[in-house]
Design a protein around this ligand. Structure first.
Ligand SMILES: Cc1cc2nc3c(=O)[nH]c(=O)nc-3n(C[C@H](O)[C@H](O)[C@H](O)COP(=O)(O)OP(=O)(O)OC[C@H]3O[C@@H](n4cnc5c(N)ncnc54)[C@H](O)[C@@H]3O)c2cc1C
Length: 389
């Protein structure tokens, strides 16, 4: 890693903003043969800072295996010993849990990944392929090169200027750079996530639960929730995490009382079992989790990838797959000069996702009158046409 302030001025073929899964995967694909581009990856987080808490216990579908192979990180991924998911237990459309075992998935079972390890693996491979990691750093300004050359002049904070041919926005769902370039994020909903961290009550620290190892999903009148048992790691001392998804009431900042939120979970058939013998250890800041598609996703000398290009409802477990897939597709498009085809493909993926999302939400019919479910069941529920804020 290179401290952001100390490099001499240098040119890069691509400057990627954001070293999450999408940015790191793209850096691998561009830096290695046959492209061998000079790539710089800019990340605002300090080295070794833990990814955001909502990333704990995330599910990576088995279909991602071929992408990890294509990126050359499959054997490292296996060494990193992520937890295999036993499957999914869901109360959706009915109060009785429905069980889908991982081993019946023809693509192979999913993993509940250790996100910090996963990101570190991708970054290490990008650097091994020759990518320059600038961290911590952020873009403080950029403009097309004054000399009229086919390049960008970019200013980084702390102080450093560089020139690059391509600017890639991999900054996540805020799409900070693309929006400065005039792109708009069209939102499908305003889904938000409130994360409740739980710790075992005295005498139950070593209890096991037959739900551990499964991804738990349970619908409720004002949304749905997801439960995951956490391995002890860094800032997260193990225990459990429950993510409650809902549409925010205008002007609200989320629940303030962790114990009250836990009490609502204790009344639910599935979550009630999952959270038993646990107490609330804290509520984390409310996070955006809605579905959005950037428009356009690329332009002259720039492109967006991962969540910056399109973001998905966490119910679909599609975000990480899309981050890796869109990175591989963008590398291919940059190599062959086929950016319009890249954009068309991402839009087609997102439109298919939109149909699946609507069909899946429509299978939950127990609370037809509540605003959350009514807004998702309506056959013409579509783009809100709003910019992300
Ligand atoms: C609550 C929640 C639960 C989810 N659960 C799942 C799940 O179970 N399975 C799944 O597949 N997906 C899930 N997702 C989605 C998944 O986390 C994202 O799709 C994935 O992280 C996208 O990767 P990315 O690299 O595009 O963006 P990010 O992971 O957001 O990475 C963006 C990076 O850019 C950096 N950055 C941002 N702005 C700047 C800047 N200006 N300068 C420099 N760096 C910057 C950030 O620090 C970050 O490292 C979930 C999302 C949420 C919100």
């Amino acid at each position: 890693m290179t401290p952001a302030g100390s490099l001499p001025a240098a040119d890069f073929d691509a400057l990627i903003i954001g070293a999450g899964p999408a940015g790191a995967a793209l850096a691998i694909a561009l830096s290695r043969p046959p492209m061998r581009w000079r790539v710089a990856l800019v990340e605002r987080r300090a080295p070794h800072a833990e990814p955001a808490p909502e990333h704990a216990g995330q599910t990576l579908p088995g279909a991602a295996r071929r992408l990890l192979v294509a990126l050359g990180v499959w054997s490292g991924f296996v060494e990193d010993a992520h937890a295999a998911s036993l499957g999914q237990l869901s109360c959706w459309g009915q109060a009785q849990p429905e069980r889908r075992d991982a081993f019946v998935d023809p693509q192979g079972g999913a993993w509940r990944i250790h996100r910090a390890r996963f990101e570190q693996r991708l970054l290490a491979e990008a650097q091994a392929q020759g990518c320059t990691l600038l961290q911590p750093a952020r873009v403080s300004g950029f403009a097309r090169d004054a000399a009229g050359a086919d390049a960008w002049q970019v200013q980084l904070a702390p102080s450093r200027a560089l020139r690059c041919r391509w600017l890639v926005d991999a900054s996540g769902r805020r799409a900070t750079i693309a929006r400065q370039l005039g792109a708009r994020a069209m939102q499908l909903d305003r889904l938000v996530c409130d994360l409740l961290r739980l710790e075992p009550i005295d005498g139950h620290a070593h209890d096991t639960n037959d739900l551990d190892g499964f991804s738990l999903v349970e619908a409720r009148p004002d949304g749905w929730c997801y439960g995951s048992a956490l391995p002890a790691s860094g800032a997260m001392p193990g225990g459990r995490l429950v993510a409650c998804y809902s549409d925010p009431a205008p002007g609200t900042r989320g629940p303030r009382d962790a114990a009250a939120l836990l009490a609502t979970l204790q009344d639910q058939p599935l979550m009630g079992r999952f959270v038993q013998h646990h107490r609330a250890a804290g509520l984390l800041r409310r996070r955006a989790a809605g579905s959005a598609c950037l428009c356009p996703q690329a332009g002259t000398g720039w492109a967006a990838v991962g969540d910056a290009a399109a973001s998905f409802d966490p119910l679909s477990s599609q975000g990480l797959f899309h981050a890796l897939y869109s990175a591989l597709r963008l590398a291919d498009a940059l190599q062959h000069g086929t950016l319009p085809a890249y954009s068309r493909e991402l839009v087609a993926v997102w439109q298919a996702y939109r149909r699946h999302r609507q069909a899946y939400y429509a299978t939950e019919t127990r609370w037809p009158a509540t605003p959350f479910w009514a807004s998702r069941r309506s056959p013409d529920s579509g783009l809100l046409g709003l910019d992300l804020v």
